[in-house]
Design a protein around this ligand. Structure first.
Ligand code: ASP
Length: 592
Protein backbone atom coordinates (compact mmCIF):
# COMPACT_ATOMS: atom_id res chain seq x y z
CA UNK A 1 0.00 0.00 0.00
CA UNK A 2 1.34 3.45 -0.83
CA UNK A 3 0.27 6.37 1.26
CA UNK A 4 0.66 10.00 0.39
CA UNK A 5 1.66 12.25 3.21
CA UNK A 6 -0.86 15.09 3.27
CA UNK A 7 0.72 18.52 2.79
CA UNK A 8 -0.33 21.45 4.91
CA UNK A 9 -2.88 22.26 2.21
CA UNK A 10 -6.30 21.57 3.73
CA UNK A 11 -9.98 22.29 3.19
CA UNK A 12 -9.51 25.83 4.49
CA UNK A 13 -6.21 26.76 2.86
CA UNK A 14 -4.00 26.02 -0.11
CA UNK A 15 -0.80 27.31 1.51
CA UNK A 16 0.44 28.44 4.91
CA UNK A 17 1.21 32.05 5.76
CA UNK A 18 4.93 31.32 5.65
CA UNK A 19 5.53 29.71 2.31
CA UNK A 20 4.69 32.05 -0.56
CA UNK A 21 7.39 33.86 -2.51
CA UNK A 22 8.02 35.39 -5.95
CA UNK A 23 7.79 31.96 -7.60
CA UNK A 24 4.07 31.84 -6.71
CA UNK A 25 3.26 35.17 -8.40
CA UNK A 26 0.09 35.00 -10.44
CA UNK A 27 -1.36 31.98 -8.58
CA UNK A 28 -4.68 32.21 -6.80
CA UNK A 29 -4.28 30.93 -3.25
CA UNK A 30 -6.26 30.62 -0.04
CA UNK A 31 -4.69 31.29 3.34
CA UNK A 32 -6.18 31.00 6.83
CA UNK A 33 -4.82 32.61 9.95
CA UNK A 34 -5.01 35.36 12.53
CA UNK A 35 -5.13 39.12 11.95
CA UNK A 36 -1.74 40.09 13.30
CA UNK A 37 -1.43 43.75 12.35
CA UNK A 38 -3.75 45.89 10.24
CA UNK A 39 -2.78 49.22 8.69
CA UNK A 40 -4.57 51.78 6.57
CA UNK A 41 -2.34 53.44 3.96
CA UNK A 42 -4.11 56.13 2.01
CA UNK A 43 -7.37 54.22 2.14
CA UNK A 44 -5.85 50.81 1.25
CA UNK A 45 -6.05 48.19 4.02
CA UNK A 46 -3.03 45.97 4.68
CA UNK A 47 -3.54 42.95 6.90
CA UNK A 48 -0.65 40.83 8.12
CA UNK A 49 -2.15 37.37 8.27
CA UNK A 50 -0.31 35.09 10.70
CA UNK A 51 -0.19 31.36 11.38
CA UNK A 52 2.41 29.12 12.99
CA UNK A 53 4.53 29.20 9.85
CA UNK A 54 4.80 32.91 9.21
CA UNK A 55 3.09 36.11 8.16
CA UNK A 56 1.77 37.13 4.74
CA UNK A 57 0.59 40.58 3.72
CA UNK A 58 -2.98 40.78 2.42
CA UNK A 59 -4.20 43.87 0.53
CA UNK A 60 -7.81 45.03 0.38
CA UNK A 61 -8.39 47.89 -2.03
CA UNK A 62 -11.17 50.41 -1.48
CA UNK A 63 -14.05 49.60 -3.73
CA UNK A 64 -13.23 45.88 -3.83
CA UNK A 65 -15.97 43.53 -2.57
CA UNK A 66 -13.75 42.42 0.34
CA UNK A 67 -13.09 45.90 1.66
CA UNK A 68 -16.00 45.96 4.10
CA UNK A 69 -15.04 42.61 5.66
CA UNK A 70 -11.41 43.72 5.84
CA UNK A 71 -12.54 46.82 7.70
CA UNK A 72 -14.44 44.66 10.21
CA UNK A 73 -11.45 42.39 10.95
CA UNK A 74 -9.80 43.39 14.19
CA UNK A 75 -6.75 42.14 16.00
CA UNK A 76 -6.71 38.31 16.30
CA UNK A 77 -9.82 37.80 14.17
CA UNK A 78 -9.50 34.46 12.39
CA UNK A 79 -9.75 34.93 8.60
CA UNK A 80 -9.74 32.92 5.44
CA UNK A 81 -8.45 34.92 2.51
CA UNK A 82 -8.47 34.02 -1.17
CA UNK A 83 -6.61 36.14 -3.70
CA UNK A 84 -3.91 36.44 -6.27
CA UNK A 85 -0.25 36.38 -5.30
CA UNK A 86 1.35 39.52 -6.68
CA UNK A 87 4.88 40.81 -6.53
CA UNK A 88 5.27 43.84 -4.33
CA UNK A 89 6.60 46.78 -6.31
CA UNK A 90 10.44 46.78 -5.86
CA UNK A 91 10.64 49.49 -3.21
CA UNK A 92 7.88 47.87 -1.15
CA UNK A 93 9.51 44.45 -0.92
CA UNK A 94 10.41 43.59 2.69
CA UNK A 95 13.70 41.72 2.91
CA UNK A 96 13.22 41.02 6.62
CA UNK A 97 10.13 38.94 5.97
CA UNK A 98 10.42 35.52 4.28
CA UNK A 99 7.22 36.30 2.33
CA UNK A 100 8.27 39.93 1.85
CA UNK A 101 8.50 39.77 -1.94
CA UNK A 102 4.79 39.17 -2.40
CA UNK A 103 1.35 40.12 -1.16
CA UNK A 104 -2.13 38.71 -1.68
CA UNK A 105 -4.65 40.86 -3.53
CA UNK A 106 -7.72 39.66 -1.67
CA UNK A 107 -10.77 38.71 -3.74
CA UNK A 108 -12.57 36.93 -0.89
CA UNK A 109 -12.29 37.34 2.89
CA UNK A 110 -14.31 35.24 5.33
CA UNK A 111 -14.28 35.94 9.03
CA UNK A 112 -14.01 32.44 10.51
CA UNK A 113 -14.16 33.80 14.02
CA UNK A 114 -14.10 37.14 15.81
CA UNK A 115 -12.01 37.93 18.87
CA UNK A 116 -12.62 40.13 21.86
CA UNK A 117 -9.82 42.65 22.53
CA UNK A 118 -6.93 40.61 24.00
CA UNK A 119 -5.93 40.98 27.64
CA UNK A 120 -2.41 41.79 26.43
CA UNK A 121 -0.60 42.66 23.22
CA UNK A 122 1.11 39.75 21.53
CA UNK A 123 3.93 41.99 20.24
CA UNK A 124 7.21 40.46 21.42
CA UNK A 125 8.24 43.63 23.16
CA UNK A 126 5.05 44.14 25.12
CA UNK A 127 5.94 43.74 28.82
CA UNK A 128 3.45 41.29 30.25
CA UNK A 129 3.64 39.74 33.70
CA UNK A 130 4.30 36.02 33.80
CA UNK A 131 1.11 35.54 35.77
CA UNK A 132 -0.94 36.98 32.90
CA UNK A 133 1.02 34.97 30.36
CA UNK A 134 0.29 31.77 32.28
CA UNK A 135 -3.38 32.57 32.76
CA UNK A 136 -3.76 33.10 29.02
CA UNK A 137 -1.12 30.59 28.00
CA UNK A 138 -2.88 29.84 24.70
CA UNK A 139 -2.37 33.49 23.70
CA UNK A 140 1.20 33.48 24.98
CA UNK A 141 1.91 30.45 22.80
CA UNK A 142 0.77 32.42 19.74
CA UNK A 143 3.83 34.63 20.20
CA UNK A 144 6.52 33.67 17.68
CA UNK A 145 9.25 33.18 20.31
CA UNK A 146 7.14 30.78 22.36
CA UNK A 147 5.80 29.02 19.28
CA UNK A 148 9.37 28.56 18.07
CA UNK A 149 10.36 26.99 21.41
CA UNK A 150 7.45 24.53 21.25
CA UNK A 151 8.22 23.51 17.66
CA UNK A 152 11.92 23.10 18.41
CA UNK A 153 11.09 20.97 21.45
CA UNK A 154 8.90 18.75 19.31
CA UNK A 155 11.54 18.41 16.58
CA UNK A 156 14.24 17.57 19.11
CA UNK A 157 12.09 14.80 20.62
CA UNK A 158 12.06 13.34 17.14
CA UNK A 159 15.85 13.64 16.89
CA UNK A 160 16.24 11.87 20.25
CA UNK A 161 13.80 9.14 19.26
CA UNK A 162 15.42 8.57 15.86
CA UNK A 163 18.84 8.39 17.45
CA UNK A 164 17.78 5.88 20.12
CA UNK A 165 15.70 3.78 17.71
CA UNK A 166 18.80 3.72 15.49
CA UNK A 167 20.62 2.06 18.41
CA UNK A 168 17.82 -0.48 18.86
CA UNK A 169 16.40 1.07 22.02
CA UNK A 170 12.77 0.15 22.69
CA UNK A 171 10.37 2.89 23.77
CA UNK A 172 8.29 1.44 26.58
CA UNK A 173 5.73 3.22 28.71
CA UNK A 174 5.73 2.60 32.44
CA UNK A 175 2.81 3.23 34.82
CA UNK A 176 1.95 6.63 36.23
CA UNK A 177 -0.25 5.14 38.93
CA UNK A 178 2.34 3.23 40.85
CA UNK A 179 4.07 3.09 44.19
CA UNK A 180 6.73 5.43 45.31
CA UNK A 181 10.41 5.12 44.31
CA UNK A 182 12.48 7.41 46.47
CA UNK A 183 14.45 9.95 44.43
CA UNK A 184 14.94 12.42 47.24
CA UNK A 185 11.64 14.32 46.95
CA UNK A 186 8.14 14.01 48.37
CA UNK A 187 5.60 11.97 46.40
CA UNK A 188 2.40 13.19 44.85
CA UNK A 189 -0.21 10.63 45.86
CA UNK A 190 -3.51 9.57 44.33
CA UNK A 191 -6.19 7.97 46.53
CA UNK A 192 -7.52 4.61 45.38
CA UNK A 193 -11.34 4.47 45.32
CA UNK A 194 -11.36 0.68 45.13
CA UNK A 195 -8.95 0.25 48.00
CA UNK A 196 -10.04 2.45 50.90
CA UNK A 197 -7.13 4.07 52.70
CA UNK A 198 -4.64 3.11 49.99
CA UNK A 199 -2.81 5.42 47.65
CA UNK A 200 -0.88 5.30 44.44
CA UNK A 201 2.19 7.47 44.13
CA UNK A 202 2.99 9.29 40.90
CA UNK A 203 6.50 8.21 39.89
CA UNK A 204 9.43 10.42 40.89
CA UNK A 205 11.05 8.53 38.02
CA UNK A 206 10.41 5.19 36.27
CA UNK A 207 13.51 3.87 38.08
CA UNK A 208 12.24 0.53 39.36
CA UNK A 209 10.24 -0.27 36.24
CA UNK A 210 13.12 0.43 33.91
CA UNK A 211 15.40 -1.79 35.97
CA UNK A 212 12.77 -4.52 35.94
CA UNK A 213 12.60 -4.16 32.14
CA UNK A 214 16.27 -5.10 32.04
CA UNK A 215 15.43 -8.14 34.13
CA UNK A 216 12.74 -8.91 31.53
CA UNK A 217 15.51 -9.11 28.94
CA UNK A 218 14.47 -5.92 27.08
CA UNK A 219 18.17 -4.98 26.76
CA UNK A 220 17.71 -1.28 25.85
CA UNK A 221 14.82 0.85 27.07
CA UNK A 222 14.01 4.50 26.72
CA UNK A 223 11.08 6.77 27.34
CA UNK A 224 10.41 10.50 27.32
CA UNK A 225 9.11 10.02 30.83
CA UNK A 226 7.15 12.38 33.02
CA UNK A 227 8.52 12.55 36.58
CA UNK A 228 6.61 13.97 39.52
CA UNK A 229 8.43 15.44 42.49
CA UNK A 230 6.78 17.43 45.22
CA UNK A 231 9.63 19.76 46.18
CA UNK A 232 10.33 23.46 46.49
CA UNK A 233 10.01 24.95 43.02
CA UNK A 234 12.47 27.25 41.29
CA UNK A 235 12.96 28.57 37.79
CA UNK A 236 14.51 25.28 36.72
CA UNK A 237 12.11 23.01 38.59
CA UNK A 238 8.51 22.04 37.98
CA UNK A 239 6.35 19.58 39.95
CA UNK A 240 6.27 17.46 36.79
CA UNK A 241 9.16 17.37 34.41
CA UNK A 242 10.17 15.35 31.39
CA UNK A 243 13.23 13.19 31.36
CA UNK A 244 14.91 11.24 28.56
CA UNK A 245 15.02 8.10 30.63
CA UNK A 246 17.10 5.18 29.50
CA UNK A 247 18.46 1.90 30.77
CA UNK A 248 20.79 -0.64 29.18
CA UNK A 249 21.91 -4.19 29.99
CA UNK A 250 25.45 -5.57 30.00
CA UNK A 251 27.08 -2.14 30.14
CA UNK A 252 29.55 -0.15 32.17
CA UNK A 253 29.69 3.61 32.80
CA UNK A 254 31.61 4.25 29.60
CA UNK A 255 29.05 2.46 27.40
CA UNK A 256 26.29 4.67 28.75
CA UNK A 257 28.45 7.78 28.34
CA UNK A 258 29.07 7.02 24.64
CA UNK A 259 25.32 6.60 23.98
CA UNK A 260 24.55 9.92 25.69
CA UNK A 261 27.39 11.76 23.94
CA UNK A 262 26.07 10.54 20.57
CA UNK A 263 22.62 11.77 21.53
CA UNK A 264 23.95 15.22 22.46
CA UNK A 265 25.84 15.32 19.18
CA UNK A 266 22.64 14.56 17.25
CA UNK A 267 20.59 17.10 19.24
CA UNK A 268 23.09 19.93 18.81
CA UNK A 269 23.70 19.05 15.14
CA UNK A 270 20.00 19.76 14.60
CA UNK A 271 20.58 23.37 15.64
CA UNK A 272 23.78 23.57 13.60
CA UNK A 273 26.26 23.16 16.45
CA UNK A 274 29.03 20.63 16.32
CA UNK A 275 29.68 18.82 19.59
CA UNK A 276 32.49 16.36 19.91
CA UNK A 277 32.96 13.57 22.42
CA UNK A 278 34.04 11.88 24.53
CA UNK A 279 33.21 14.60 27.03
CA UNK A 280 35.79 15.37 29.73
CA UNK A 281 35.25 13.52 32.98
CA UNK A 282 36.30 14.26 36.53
CA UNK A 283 36.12 12.50 39.84
CA UNK A 284 33.57 14.04 42.19
CA UNK A 285 36.29 14.66 44.79
CA UNK A 286 38.44 16.56 42.25
CA UNK A 287 35.58 18.62 40.97
CA UNK A 288 34.71 19.72 44.50
CA UNK A 289 38.33 20.61 45.18
CA UNK A 290 38.85 22.57 41.95
CA UNK A 291 35.46 24.17 41.45
CA UNK A 292 33.64 23.83 44.77
CA UNK A 293 30.53 22.49 43.04
CA UNK A 294 29.43 19.20 41.51
CA UNK A 295 28.07 21.13 38.54
CA UNK A 296 30.77 23.63 37.64
CA UNK A 297 30.42 25.88 34.64
CA UNK A 298 33.50 24.91 32.67
CA UNK A 299 33.03 27.54 30.01
CA UNK A 300 35.41 29.34 32.38
CA UNK A 301 38.69 27.85 33.57
CA UNK A 302 38.80 29.73 36.91
CA UNK A 303 40.02 27.25 39.54
CA UNK A 304 40.17 27.03 43.31
CA UNK A 305 43.67 26.25 44.66
CA UNK A 306 44.56 24.50 47.87
CA UNK A 307 47.06 26.58 49.83
CA UNK A 308 47.06 24.59 53.08
CA UNK A 309 50.75 23.80 52.47
CA UNK A 310 51.64 27.50 52.12
CA UNK A 311 49.99 28.36 55.43
CA UNK A 312 50.91 25.20 57.39
CA UNK A 313 53.02 27.20 59.86
CA UNK A 314 50.83 30.30 59.76
CA UNK A 315 50.52 32.45 62.86
CA UNK A 316 47.12 33.68 61.65
CA UNK A 317 44.54 32.06 63.95
CA UNK A 318 41.93 31.79 61.19
CA UNK A 319 44.29 29.57 59.19
CA UNK A 320 46.07 27.71 61.99
CA UNK A 321 42.82 26.74 63.76
CA UNK A 322 41.25 25.47 60.54
CA UNK A 323 44.33 23.39 59.73
CA UNK A 324 44.62 22.08 63.29
CA UNK A 325 40.99 20.91 63.07
CA UNK A 326 41.85 18.88 59.92
CA UNK A 327 40.41 21.64 57.77
CA UNK A 328 41.83 23.29 54.66
CA UNK A 329 42.92 26.70 53.43
CA UNK A 330 41.82 27.28 49.83
CA UNK A 331 41.88 30.32 47.60
CA UNK A 332 40.43 31.65 44.37
CA UNK A 333 41.62 34.56 42.28
CA UNK A 334 39.35 37.28 40.94
CA UNK A 335 40.99 38.64 37.81
CA UNK A 336 40.88 42.45 37.87
CA UNK A 337 38.79 42.24 41.04
CA UNK A 338 41.01 44.72 42.94
CA UNK A 339 38.45 47.32 41.87
CA UNK A 340 35.94 45.73 44.26
CA UNK A 341 35.01 48.18 47.01
CA UNK A 342 34.92 47.41 50.71
CA UNK A 343 31.18 47.02 50.35
CA UNK A 344 31.62 44.50 47.51
CA UNK A 345 34.00 42.55 49.75
CA UNK A 346 31.43 42.64 52.57
CA UNK A 347 28.77 41.29 50.20
CA UNK A 348 31.04 38.45 49.12
CA UNK A 349 31.76 37.72 52.78
CA UNK A 350 28.00 37.51 53.43
CA UNK A 351 27.68 35.12 50.50
CA UNK A 352 30.10 32.63 52.07
CA UNK A 353 28.77 33.16 55.58
CA UNK A 354 25.32 32.15 54.32
CA UNK A 355 26.97 28.82 53.38
CA UNK A 356 28.42 28.23 56.82
CA UNK A 357 31.84 29.95 56.61
CA UNK A 358 32.97 32.03 59.56
CA UNK A 359 34.38 34.68 57.27
CA UNK A 360 36.34 35.42 54.11
CA UNK A 361 39.93 36.60 53.89
CA UNK A 362 40.55 38.84 50.89
CA UNK A 363 43.55 40.62 49.44
CA UNK A 364 43.85 43.11 46.61
CA UNK A 365 47.02 43.23 44.50
CA UNK A 366 47.70 46.85 43.62
CA UNK A 367 50.87 48.75 42.66
CA UNK A 368 52.88 45.55 42.86
CA UNK A 369 51.86 44.59 46.41
CA UNK A 370 49.04 42.99 48.36
CA UNK A 371 46.73 45.08 50.53
CA UNK A 372 44.20 43.66 52.95
CA UNK A 373 42.85 44.28 56.46
CA UNK A 374 44.45 40.96 57.45
CA UNK A 375 47.77 41.53 55.66
CA UNK A 376 49.68 41.78 58.93
CA UNK A 377 48.85 38.14 59.71
CA UNK A 378 50.64 36.86 56.63
CA UNK A 379 54.40 36.64 56.07
CA UNK A 380 56.30 37.77 52.97
CA UNK A 381 57.20 34.19 51.94
CA UNK A 382 53.55 33.13 52.35
CA UNK A 383 52.36 36.04 50.22
CA UNK A 384 55.00 35.34 47.57
CA UNK A 385 53.99 31.66 47.42
CA UNK A 386 50.30 32.63 47.20
CA UNK A 387 51.05 35.05 44.36
CA UNK A 388 52.90 32.30 42.50
CA UNK A 389 50.31 29.59 43.07
CA UNK A 390 47.44 31.75 41.79
CA UNK A 391 49.50 33.63 39.16
CA UNK A 392 48.32 36.90 40.68
CA UNK A 393 48.82 39.95 38.44
CA UNK A 394 48.36 43.69 38.90
CA UNK A 395 44.73 44.55 39.65
CA UNK A 396 43.69 41.04 40.76
CA UNK A 397 42.15 40.06 44.08
CA UNK A 398 42.48 36.83 46.08
CA UNK A 399 39.80 35.28 48.28
CA UNK A 400 40.70 32.70 50.92
CA UNK A 401 38.47 30.34 52.88
CA UNK A 402 39.79 28.38 55.86
CA UNK A 403 37.44 25.72 57.14
CA UNK A 404 36.50 22.08 56.97
CA UNK A 405 36.70 20.97 53.32
CA UNK A 406 32.94 20.35 53.34
CA UNK A 407 32.37 24.06 54.12
CA UNK A 408 35.28 25.65 52.22
CA UNK A 409 34.43 23.87 48.94
CA UNK A 410 30.82 25.05 48.50
CA UNK A 411 31.73 28.54 49.79
CA UNK A 412 34.45 28.97 47.20
CA UNK A 413 32.22 27.32 44.61
CA UNK A 414 29.54 29.95 45.24
CA UNK A 415 32.22 32.64 45.15
CA UNK A 416 33.47 31.28 41.82
CA UNK A 417 29.96 31.57 40.34
CA UNK A 418 29.62 35.10 41.73
CA UNK A 419 33.03 36.17 40.41
CA UNK A 420 32.11 34.84 36.97
CA UNK A 421 28.84 36.72 36.99
CA UNK A 422 30.46 39.98 38.16
CA UNK A 423 33.75 39.91 36.27
CA UNK A 424 32.33 38.37 33.10
CA UNK A 425 35.54 36.64 31.99
CA UNK A 426 35.68 35.54 28.34
CA UNK A 427 33.97 32.21 27.69
CA UNK A 428 36.48 29.65 26.52
CA UNK A 429 33.84 27.56 24.79
CA UNK A 430 30.15 27.80 24.02
CA UNK A 431 29.10 24.40 25.39
CA UNK A 432 31.06 22.87 28.24
CA UNK A 433 29.98 19.29 28.91
CA UNK A 434 31.42 17.38 31.84
CA UNK A 435 30.90 13.95 33.36
CA UNK A 436 31.22 14.03 37.13
CA UNK A 437 31.89 10.50 38.32
CA UNK A 438 32.13 8.43 41.45
CA UNK A 439 30.03 10.33 43.94
CA UNK A 440 30.00 8.95 47.46
CA UNK A 441 27.42 6.16 47.62
CA UNK A 442 26.01 7.21 50.99
CA UNK A 443 25.78 10.23 53.20
CA UNK A 444 24.52 10.71 56.75
CA UNK A 445 20.77 11.11 56.89
CA UNK A 446 20.15 14.41 58.73
CA UNK A 447 16.88 13.04 60.09
CA UNK A 448 17.99 9.65 61.46
CA UNK A 449 21.08 7.82 62.67
CA UNK A 450 21.22 5.97 59.33
CA UNK A 451 22.94 6.47 56.05
CA UNK A 452 21.01 7.59 53.02
CA UNK A 453 21.72 7.46 49.29
CA UNK A 454 23.31 10.53 47.70
CA UNK A 455 21.46 10.11 44.38
CA UNK A 456 19.66 6.85 43.93
CA UNK A 457 19.17 3.89 46.29
CA UNK A 458 19.90 1.38 43.51
CA UNK A 459 23.39 2.63 42.60
CA UNK A 460 26.21 0.08 42.84
CA UNK A 461 29.41 0.72 44.76
CA UNK A 462 32.45 1.27 42.53
CA UNK A 463 34.12 -2.13 42.03
CA UNK A 464 36.75 -2.54 44.74
CA UNK A 465 34.92 -0.26 47.22
CA UNK A 466 32.49 -2.90 48.54
CA UNK A 467 34.68 -3.77 51.55
CA UNK A 468 34.29 -0.28 52.99
CA UNK A 469 30.53 -0.79 53.33
CA UNK A 470 31.33 -2.60 56.60
CA UNK A 471 34.11 -0.36 57.85
CA UNK A 472 33.66 3.13 56.42
CA UNK A 473 30.29 3.49 54.60
CA UNK A 474 30.62 7.28 54.23
CA UNK A 475 33.71 6.87 52.06
CA UNK A 476 32.40 4.26 49.64
CA UNK A 477 32.63 5.59 46.09
CA UNK A 478 29.83 4.70 43.71
CA UNK A 479 29.12 4.14 40.02
CA UNK A 480 26.97 7.29 40.08
CA UNK A 481 27.58 9.96 37.45
CA UNK A 482 26.12 13.31 36.51
CA UNK A 483 26.23 15.00 33.13
CA UNK A 484 26.81 18.74 33.45
CA UNK A 485 26.43 21.33 30.70
CA UNK A 486 27.43 24.97 31.27
CA UNK A 487 26.96 24.69 35.02
CA UNK A 488 23.58 22.95 34.79
CA UNK A 489 23.06 19.39 35.98
CA UNK A 490 21.58 17.92 32.84
CA UNK A 491 21.36 14.30 33.86
CA UNK A 492 22.11 11.75 36.46
CA UNK A 493 22.51 8.02 36.33
CA UNK A 494 24.40 5.00 37.54
CA UNK A 495 25.36 1.41 37.12
CA UNK A 496 22.98 -0.45 39.44
CA UNK A 497 23.22 -3.24 41.94
CA UNK A 498 22.29 -6.44 40.17
CA UNK A 499 22.83 -8.75 43.12
CA UNK A 500 20.18 -9.00 45.80
CA UNK A 501 22.74 -9.42 48.56
CA UNK A 502 24.47 -6.13 47.72
CA UNK A 503 21.17 -4.27 47.31
CA UNK A 504 19.94 -5.57 50.66
CA UNK A 505 23.19 -4.67 52.35
CA UNK A 506 22.89 -1.09 51.13
CA UNK A 507 19.25 -0.92 52.18
CA UNK A 508 20.39 -2.23 55.56
CA UNK A 509 22.78 0.71 55.97
CA UNK A 510 19.86 2.97 55.13
CA UNK A 511 18.06 1.51 58.12
CA UNK A 512 15.57 -0.75 56.28
CA UNK A 513 15.06 -4.21 57.75
CA UNK A 514 14.21 -7.20 55.56
CA UNK A 515 10.48 -6.72 56.04
CA UNK A 516 10.64 -3.03 55.06
CA UNK A 517 12.78 -3.82 52.02
CA UNK A 518 10.25 -6.43 50.94
CA UNK A 519 7.32 -4.07 51.49
CA UNK A 520 8.82 -1.02 49.77
CA UNK A 521 11.10 -2.52 47.15
CA UNK A 522 9.79 -6.07 46.80
CA UNK A 523 9.29 -5.68 43.07
CA UNK A 524 12.94 -4.98 42.48
CA UNK A 525 14.68 -7.13 45.07
CA UNK A 526 12.63 -10.20 44.12
CA UNK A 527 13.57 -9.82 40.48
CA UNK A 528 17.25 -9.32 41.39
CA UNK A 529 17.11 -12.92 42.58
CA UNK A 530 15.80 -14.34 39.34
CA UNK A 531 18.58 -13.73 36.84
CA UNK A 532 19.07 -9.96 36.77
CA UNK A 533 21.67 -8.87 34.21
CA UNK A 534 24.25 -6.19 35.02
CA UNK A 535 22.62 -2.92 33.95
CA UNK A 536 22.73 0.84 34.23
CA UNK A 537 21.15 3.96 32.86
CA UNK A 538 20.57 7.66 33.10
CA UNK A 539 17.81 10.24 33.19
CA UNK A 540 18.43 13.45 31.25
CA UNK A 541 16.38 16.51 32.13
CA UNK A 542 14.63 17.25 28.85
CA UNK A 543 13.14 20.60 29.91
CA UNK A 544 16.55 21.84 31.04
CA UNK A 545 18.20 20.64 27.83
CA UNK A 546 15.63 22.44 25.68
CA UNK A 547 15.90 25.52 27.94
CA UNK A 548 19.66 25.65 27.35
CA UNK A 549 19.18 25.21 23.61
CA UNK A 550 16.49 27.91 23.44
CA UNK A 551 18.67 30.20 25.56
CA UNK A 552 16.18 30.74 28.38
CA UNK A 553 16.83 30.64 32.11
CA UNK A 554 13.29 29.54 32.86
CA UNK A 555 12.16 26.05 31.90
CA UNK A 556 8.62 27.46 31.96
CA UNK A 557 9.44 28.98 28.58
CA UNK A 558 9.90 25.56 27.01
CA UNK A 559 6.93 23.78 28.62
CA UNK A 560 3.56 24.33 26.95
CA UNK A 561 1.53 24.44 30.16
CA UNK A 562 3.83 24.94 33.13
CA UNK A 563 2.94 25.62 36.73
CA UNK A 564 3.78 28.63 38.86
CA UNK A 565 6.32 28.47 41.68
CA UNK A 566 3.46 27.63 44.02
CA UNK A 567 2.53 24.65 41.85
CA UNK A 568 -0.62 26.16 40.32
CA UNK A 569 -1.78 25.95 36.72
CA UNK A 570 -3.34 29.37 36.28
CA UNK A 571 -5.12 28.40 33.10
CA UNK A 572 -6.94 25.30 34.34
CA UNK A 573 -7.01 26.46 37.96
CA UNK A 574 -5.39 23.30 39.29
CA UNK A 575 -5.08 22.26 42.05
CA UNK A 576 -8.69 22.69 43.08
CA UNK A 577 -11.08 21.47 45.74
CA UNK A 578 -13.21 18.45 44.88
CA UNK A 579 -16.83 18.04 45.88
CA UNK A 580 -18.06 16.09 48.88
CA UNK A 581 -19.36 13.24 46.75
CA UNK A 582 -15.93 12.67 45.24
CA UNK A 583 -14.31 12.89 48.68
CA UNK A 584 -16.72 10.30 50.01
CA UNK A 585 -16.09 7.94 47.12
CA UNK A 586 -12.40 8.24 47.81
CA UNK A 587 -12.93 7.63 51.53
CA UNK A 588 -11.32 10.99 52.35
CA UNK A 589 -12.19 13.63 54.89
CA UNK A 590 -10.64 17.11 54.87
CA UNK A 591 -9.62 18.20 58.36
CA UNK A 592 -8.34 21.61 59.42
N1 ASP B 1 16.15 7.85 38.23
C1 ASP B 1 17.22 8.80 38.12
C2 ASP B 1 16.66 10.21 38.17
O1 ASP B 1 15.52 10.41 37.84
C3 ASP B 1 17.95 8.67 36.85
C4 ASP B 1 18.73 7.41 36.74
O2 ASP B 1 19.47 7.05 37.68
O3 ASP B 1 18.63 6.78 35.69
O4 ASP B 1 17.36 11.16 38.51
Amino acid sequence: MTTTIPSKSTALRTHTCGELNASHAGQTVTLSGWTDVKRNHGGVLFINLRDLYGVTQVVANPGSPVFKTAEEAKSEYVLRVTGKVSLRPGANANKNMPTGEIEIEASEITILNASQPLPFELGEHAGVSEETRLKYRFLDLRRPRMAKNMVLRSRLSQVVRNYLYGLDFNEIETPLLTRSTPEGARDFVVPSRNNPGEFYALPQSPQQFKQVLMMSGMDRYFQLARNFRDEELRSDRQPEHTQIDLEMSFVDEQDIARVVEGMMKAVFAYIGEEISGPFPEMEYSDVMLKYGSDKPDLRYSLEIKDCSEIFKASGFKVFSEALAGSGVVRAIKGEKAAVFSRKDMDNLTDLVKARGAKGLVWLRFKDGKFESPTLKFMTEPELAALKDLLAVAEGDAVFIAADKAAVAAPCLGALRTELISRLKPAQEKKRAFLWVRHFPLLEKDPESPNWTFTHNPFTAPLPGEEGKLDTDPGNVLSCQYDLVLNGVELGSGSVRNHSRAMQEKIFGLMGYDKEQVQRRFGMIVNSLDLGAPPHGGIGIGYDRLIGLICGTDSIRDVIAFPKTTSGACLMSDAPSVIDDKQLKELHLKITD
